[in-house]
Design a protein around this ligand. Structure first.
Ligand code: ADP
Length: 335
């Protein structure tokens, strides 16, 4: 028996939000209580916000997300009819290029409730409960609109492989997800005032394996935004940000050298590199680290970067990259 009677237990640490969620739960119908609790406590992201300014580069992606999500969420009255925004957007590209950060920034900047779910956990961790979870997810997202439903690793949910029947349970979750998403799209297309909430729910999905998504599912993402490896200037901005508050000795030439040497690095590769280089001055102290006063520790320099580059290598190969470029040319949205 589904228990939909009582208050749900929410412990997000934000009293105002807890109350809002409890009220929302009372309004949604046919939603499993445990599933609703799981959604709110595991899947809604609170605090630790990401802003546009935290993300280096990716200007094309940022403006596309502003136009498709942020502005329509903030000014729904302007985005009707022909200007009706898409209900789904796909971010694809190599791993570690800022897709998750972008999704989080969209939620912050559009003042939305942010539901973040990894499709692989949906099909493994929650298997069995997943259909209920999907139902609760969409119902609560609508009730707590504006909402962003961010699905990471969407390929594991919507891949062609799932059609073959080998994973019956996964196929059922996929169907439930597509049905609930369609319902949302239909409601949003309606003229009813009651459907305003549906207009302010967007499925934002990310994948490192765009070619694994089946064709029907792919077509539902009206916008497919390529998130490429960072260009030189983006890498510069990121390195400057990472090194901003550090005790360092890096000349302009040193920075140029780092940029020369990090062609092909993703954003997360760069972060890993800077973190490793920052350990350089401590590493060479050995045990003396424990007794050295902080102000006697030498600054981070170019040699630390060069040393770290010996083992921090780009995680995407040239061949791997070509595959993304080809897929982007064929199926990506321009801009
Ligand atoms: P993805 O979702 O594309 O795999 P993430 O958004 O999770 O990548 O990024 C992983 C980490 O790499 C981030 O937490 C951040 O430290 C760093 N990073 C990646 N891209 C950027 C960027 N454009 N600007 C700043 N940091 C970035």
């Amino acid at each position: 028996m589904e228990d939909t009677s009582d208050d749900i237990v929410v412990a997000t640490g934000n009293e105002e939000f807890n109350k809002k969620v409890k009220d929302a739960y009372k309004k949604v119908k046919g939603v499993d209580k445990l599933a609703a609790e799981q959604i709110i406590n595991d899947i809604v992201v609170q605090g630790d916000e990401v802003y546009w300014s935290d993300i280096a580069g990716l200007e094309a992606a940022k403006s596309s997300l502003k136009e498709t999500v942020v502005y329509p969420f903030l000014r729904p009255d302007l985005f009707r009819g022909l200007r009706e925004p898409a209900r789904g957007m796909l971010l694809f590209g190599p791993p570690g290029t800022g897709k998750t950060m972008l999704a989080r920034a969209v939620a912050t900047e559009s003042h939305s409730t942010f539901f973040s779910i990894s499709a692989s956990s949906l099909t493994s961790k929650y298997l069995g409960e997943s259909e209920k979870l999907v139902r609760a997810l969409f119902a609560l997202a609508k009730e707590l609109a504006p909402s962003i439903i961010f699905v990471d690793e969407i390929d594991s949910l919507l891949s062609t492989r799932n059609n073959s029947g080998e994973h019956e349970a996964t196929r059922r979750i996929k169907n439930e997800f597509l049905v609930k998403w369609s319902d949302l799209q239909h409601a949003a297309a309606g003229r009813d005032k009651d459907d305003d909430d549906a207009r302010r729910v967007l499925v934002l999905a990310a994948t490192n394996l765009p070619w694994a998504i089946d064709e029907a599912a792919r077509r539902r993402f009206v916008r497919r935004q390529y998130i490429p490896l960072p260009e030189r200037e983006t890498r510069r901005a990121q390195i400057e940000k990472l090194m901003g508050h550090q005790h360092k000795s890096l000349s302009d030439e040193d920075i140029e050298r780092i940029l020369d040497l990090t062609d092909g690095f993703s954003g997360s590769d760069l972060t890993a590199l800077a973190k490793d280089a920052a350990m350089g001055p401590l590493r060479e102290l050995g045990e003396a680290l424990l007794s050295t006063p902080r102000d006697e520790i030498r600054p981070i320099n170019i040699d630390d970067f060069v040393a770290s580059l010996q083992y921090i290598r780009p995680s995407v190969s040239k061949d791997g990259l070509e595959r993304y470029e080809e897929w982007a040319a064929k199926y990506g949205s321009s801009g």
